[in-house]
Design a binder for this molecule. Structure first.
Ligand code: 5FX
Length: 535
């Protein structure tokens, strides 16, 4: 099929909060070209901060849709300047920040289908949106709709069983419900609602692109096991919602159409270039990191996030289950905790004279398990337990007021990783002898911290030398879409194994120490949560 092109390349995009990024990979999965557009500095006319408009109520967060359209035009110019020959692009895929929604106005489909190569995209699409500002994942203005949706479904746990998550403000169902309930004229003039990912895909195919199963799982609208829209959830949000979303939801590696004639004419893409469903940035990252069935990827940044591939998911109230983009039988789990690097820094400042060297020395000189002491360091109310403050327990689980500096440091790091482990287990994660922990984010460069991570998960920790896993995952999915009949995703990405670097292995006694600590941690955490709820 693709024999028409020599030196084939596959193009991936990632439309994230602050930038649009793109890479092209070749047959050997090497990056041959890349480009990016920073929204704030490259498109200053939209006056965003970090790609976002934060509104006066401090809860509403939106981004201008036309900024994203212009960013696409700019990035294509940059790819060309950086040497990409568009006629060599065989297939395109992409990802987007999850949960955000785009409201296409009635008549927009006809415009998409008849784009004229001689004109700018943003000019032709300027009147195509019922809402110029798209709600994005940072929006937290929909608490009321969330509680109503959970009640409509018979409770938070039931909603989680169906859609993979309890109701979240940033998820698309409550966002759509807010618009349907408070801006009826916008809702009724909307022809189609896209996610950020399927919006970008729509530009490429010159038609409304279907939502894919993985990003669709971040909406509180998809029945993730049946892999179709949940009529109960649709009904709560607004009338005729299925028609507005498009009834078809497709696997993330499905070809959704040929590239629009517009790009062939204007940029010189090959007429046989195909487009694969676009997905969410987190599912695309899972694909980019080539995460295996028992692996867990942990990003240690401002927030500590873990995602994992799951064969038997257990939807819970404290994490998310999405359909897996690289294995249609599997799922992926995502958990995110707020008290990450800033909390580690606070403990470093108070216990180690603001020095990472001293912090690391004290951490290493304290025995694994911190003499049986357990601490909770919650600068912000956590996702679970929803409390803030410092709480310290001795080896008899009695609350104490302070720890020695070296115990405080070890208890802080251990407790952050125990939390990730326990909540990953809650979603169905099971450690096996082949489990790898892939560490990313700022703190993954700190060897002393990473040694604790290996011990708490009782698994070797690897780092992965790819700067942007979502955009790589998108390019890989573009390639995989045409190979999946004959090869597994893991076989296709074998060549990337060289990018994994083993950083540390767990200590021989890690299982023994941290299995029992995890059990105690779980009980203490539940106790804190019950106390917060006044139980
Ligand atoms: C995940 O649920 C999130 O809301 C974020 O990670 C966004 O996807 C960021 F783009």
């Amino acid at each position: 099929m693709d024999s028409f092109i020599e030196d084939k390349v596959w193009l991936g995009f990632d439309l994230s909060t602050q930038q649009l990024k793109s890479i092209a990979i070749n047959e050997n999965l090497e990056v041959v070209c890349e480009a990016s557009v920073q929204f704030d500095s490259d498109l200053p006319e939209f006056r965003t901060t970090g790609g976002v408009h934060r509104h006066e109520d401090n809860q509403t967060a939106t981004a201008p849709v036309l900024m994203w359209v212009k960013a696409l035009e700019l990035i294509l110019d940059r790819l060309r300047v950086n040497g990409l020959d568009f006629s060599q692009v065989v297939g395109i895929s992409g990802s987007g920040q999850q949960h955000g929604s785009v409201y296409w106005k009635r008549g927009a489909r006809a415009v998409l289908q008849s784009l004229q190569g001689g004109k700018f995209l943003h000019e032709q699409l300027s009147q195509c949106f019922a809402l110029g500002e798209s709600p994005i994942w940072m929006d937290s203005s929909t608490s009321r709709e969330c509680r109503q949706l959970e009640a409509h479904l018979g409770g938070a746990q039931h909603l989680a069983e169906v859609t993979g998550s309890r109701a979240y403000e940033r998820f698309t169902a409550s966002q759509i419900a807010k618009i349907a309930h408070t801006k009826a004229e916008v809702y009724s003039s909307t022809e189609r609602i896209s996610l950020v990912s399927s919006f970008l895909a729509s530009l490429f195919i010159g038609d409304y692109a279907p939502i894919d199963l993985s990003d669709g799982s971040g909406m509180n609208l998809l029945d993730i096991k049946e892999k179709r829209w949940s009529s109960e959830c649709l009904q709560f949000c607004g009338t005729e919602l299925e028609a507005k979303l498009g009834s078809e939801v497709v696997p993330s590696s499905q070809v959704i159409g040929p590239l629009s004639e517009y790009f062939v004419e204007r940029y010189g893409f090959h007429k046989d270039c195909y487009v694969v469903a676009f997905t969410g940035d987190n599912p695309a990252s899972l694909a980019g990191m080539c995460l295996g069935p028992n692996d867990v990827a942990i990003s240690l940044g401002t927030s500590d996030t873990a995602f994992l591939s799951l064969s038997t998911p257990k939807p819970a109230l404290d994490g998310h289950i999405f359909c897996n983009p690289i294995n249609e039988e599997h799922f992926m789990g995502l958990i995110c905790f707020k008290n990450g690097s800033l909390t580690r820094e606070r403990i470093r400042n108070t216990c180690a004279d603001a020095s990472w060297d001293i912090f690391n020395q004290l951490l290493e000189s304290t025995p694994r398990g911190a003499f049986g002491n357990i601490g909770f360091y919650l600068d912000l109310p956590e996702i679970y337990p929803v409390v803030s403050g410092d709480f310290r327990y001795n080896r008899f689980d009695n609350e104490v007021t302070s720890f020695a500096a070296e115990v405080e440091i070890r208890a802080c790091v251990e407790s952050q990783f125990l939390r990730l482990r326990i909540h990953a287990e809650n979603l169905g994660f099971k450690r096996s002898n082949s489990t790898r922990v892939l560490a990313t984010g700022g703190a993954s460069a700190n060897h002393s911290i990473i040694a604790v991570l290996a011990d708490v998960f009782n698994a070797p920790v690897y780092t992965y030398s790819i700067p942007n896993s979502a955009v790589l995952g998108s390019a890989l999915l573009a390639k995989y879409a045409k190979e999946k009949e004959t090869t597994s995703y893991y076989d296709m990405v074998l060549k990337l194994n060289a990018n994994f670097k083993l950083v540390t292995k767990p200590s021989p006694d890690a299982g023994e120490i941290y299995d029992s600590l995890a059990e105690r941690y779980r009980k203490l955490e539940d106790k804190l949560e019950s106390k917060a709820n006044g139980d």
